[in-house]
Design a protein around this ligand. Structure first.
Ligand SMILES: Cc1cc2nc3c(=O)[nH]c(=O)nc-3n(C[C@H](O)[C@H](O)[C@H](O)COP(=O)(O)OP(=O)(O)OC[C@H]3O[C@@H](n4cnc5c(N)ncnc54)[C@H](O)[C@@H]3O)c2cc1C
Length: 557
């Protein structure tokens, strides 16, 4: 039975954009892509969990979107004449978050997902209206935690944090129940036959109970990878969905290439772990890395690029048609490959570090981590821009931020605007020539000891949150020597490859490699993973886009 709920509460100023009413001319253009049919009250058009769901426009009558919760339902929205159903999962072909049912007899236009994609790719005016509504609807669901997933865990658990990050960075709405704070949690766990030791647990659609699942298990259960045909020969496979990979996906797919992006965890890469990027062109007030990534990902999907959440483990590069091997052994064939696997954070050389990763030691400072240390003292280690951003962001909601840098100051390593902000914040202390020497705690971090390398003076503080922002190393280990790397492990491309290196690698063509081409024809590298790249979002985006023009040249050869 549906409860007498009001539809999703919305910001009045945005409701026109979230629930726009199409004009009759716009409805006529939608109708050309689908079929018109009558519907009767009570008919279920989409069931929660359905994959690749159709898109509906109401001509007369009413539809309702509800979220089933056990025997009851929560009304999410009513779709009236001229309005349409759907949100981001309609575009991505992922499982439906709610149920769509006919509320009042009437007539609707129904578009299969493929026809819907054609519509948004070919009709610029409708594309703008539909995409904006979808993005804003998802934002509302995220803001209100309305989704088909519930996470039960402890705020001191690294796996709970990992799963929270997975949901957040994949923009999948979820409800969080804190083991330590929620009084009713024990009865819920008893009902599910789950012991506290088996947490965190993820409950999907009130049915599937996943005990401390891997990201891949959650992705599979939510059907993230289901719409992807892994055996099809693609024009382009992109490995990594950071800014470089996403830019390649947007340009490649919009220019007609059949594109598949393979990503280990979630779109956004390192940029996704940034609380606010302020120097990216066109965003004068800054944008969070997650928001930038979410928009880029939606844009790539709009043009038909697909994404597979899995890890590229090997390139089968001994043949003309390349194959990317992924973690379950599947080989994805491709005419061209863009490697955009970026870099991963450096770690502190401390023996018991791994015990506290995610339970006091963090490598990104976003809203998810900031919630864990609100009102407390924190440490940021590092003197680069990412450390500066983290310190300024965390200072807003924490009691005090200690910035620990090994060098004599920040001027050689950090942008001036960030240094000025740090100086202006009364609750940030800069400790130069200082390094962390030990971490204290049992199952989560409780204290930190640091030492001044000049004076030798050590100090211990009861601080339970340390943000490590000390640079990154290239993600090239998985290539296992398939392409030529420089002495730091970054991929060499174009003019950086010497004739000797090309001969040694067996370069088979009379032409030299294109600008971003590696020592293997048709395999390109873009972004932080490439030797000589400037480590910035803009340069990653630029390189990812430029790579596509070389892919076109290659496919014409
Ligand atoms: C906290 C922080 C703040 C930053 N702030 C700014 C800023 O304000 N301005 C700015 O210009 N730059 C900033 N940077 C730098 C910027 O984020 C990077 O230069 C940019 O993200 C590089 O993009 P990329 O796509 O090359 O690589 P990455 O962002 O590193 O993305 C690589 C992706 O590849 C995936 N991957 C890796 N290996 C595999 C594999 N084997 N199979 C499948 N997928 C794989 C990863 O999961 C990742 O998603 C910041 C960096 C950090 C860490």
């Amino acid at each position: 039975m549906a409860e007498a709920n009001t539809p999703l509460p919305l910001t009045a100023s945005r409701s026109e954009q979230i629930f726009p009413t199409l004009t009759s001319a716009q409805i006529a253009r939608v109708a050309k892509h689908g079929c018109t049919r009558t519907v009767r009250s009570g008919e279920v058009l989409v069931e929660q969990g359905d994959r690749a769901v159709p898109f509906f426009v109401v001509i007369s009558g009413e539809l309702e979107a509800v979220r089933p919760t056990g025997l009851t339902e929560t009304l999410l929205l009513i779709v009236r004449a001229g309005q349409f159903t759907g949100e981001i999962s309609t575009l991505l072909g992922r499982s439906a978050i709610g149920r769509v049912r006919v509320r009042q007899d009437g007539k609707i236009i129904q578009l299969a997902r493929e026809s819907f994609l054609t519509l948004v790719q070919t009709d610029a005016e409708l594309s703008a209206i539909l995409m904006r509504a979808f993005i804003l609807r998802r934002a509302e669901l995220l803001a209100q935690g309305i989704g088909d997933a519930t996470l039960v865990g402890s705020s001191h658990s690294a796996d709970t944090l990992r799963i929270k990050q997975f949901f957040t960075r994949n923009s999948h709405p979820y409800t969080y129940i804190d083991l330590e704070r929620d009084a009713d949690v024990q009865s819920l766990l008893d009902h599910l036959h789950v012991s506290v030791a088996e947490t965190p647990v993820v409950i999907l659609r009130g049915e599937a109970v996943l005990r401390n699942p891997t990201n891949r298990e959650i992705a599979n259960c939510l059907g993230f990878n289901e719409a992807v045909d892994e055996t099809r020969v693609r024009d382009l496979v992109i490995v990594g969905a950071g800014p470089a990979g996403l830019a390649s996906a947007v340009y490649g797919a919009s220019e007609g290439l059949d594109v598949l992006v393979v990503e280990t965890s979630s779109p956004g890469g390192q940029a996704g772990s940034s609380s606010r990027i302020e120097n990216y062109l066109g965003f004068p007030t800054g944008i969070s890395g997650n928001e930038l990534a979410g928009r880029a990902y939606t844009q790539a999907q709009k043009f038909g690029a697909q994404m597979l959440l899995t890890t590229g483990t090997r390139l089968a590069c001994d043949r003309k048609l390349y194959e990317l091997e992924v973690e379950d052994g599947t080989r994805i064939p491709a005419r061209a490959i863009v490697i955009a696997t970026g870099a991963k954070y450096s770690k502190l050389a401390i023996e018991n570090l791994s015990r506290f990763e995610g339970a006091g030691i963090y490598y990104g400072a976003t809203f998810v981590e900031a919630q864990l240390c609100s009102g407390e003292e924190v440490i940021v280690v590092g003197g680069g821009n990412s450390a500066g951003q983290a310190a300024v962001f965390l200072a807003e909601n924490t009691k005090h931020v200690y910035m620990l840098v090994r060098g004599p100051g920040l001027t050689d390593t950090m942008s001036k605007y960030l240094i000025r902000r740090i100086e202006q914040m009364h609750n940030i202390s800069l400790l130069i020539h200082t390094e962390v020497v030990s971490l204290i705690g049992v199952d989560h971090l409780e204290g930190v000891r640091w030492r001044n390398t000049k004076s030798g003076k050590a100090e211990e503080k009861n601080i339970a949150h340390v943000f490590v922002m000390t640079g990154a190393n290239p993600n090239t280990g998985w290539l296992k020597g398939c392409v030529v790397l420089d002495n730091k492990g970054f991929i060499k491309t174009g003019p950086d490859l010497s004739s000797e290196e090309l001969t040694g690698a067996g370069w088979p063509l009379t032409r030299r490699p294109y600008l971003l081409e590696t020592s293997l024809p048709g395999i390109f590298a873009a972004g932080d993973v490439r030797g000589g790249n400037v480590k910035r979002v803009a340069s990653a985006v630029g390189e990812g886009s430029i790579a596509i023009s070389f892919v076109h040249q290659l496919l014409r050869e």
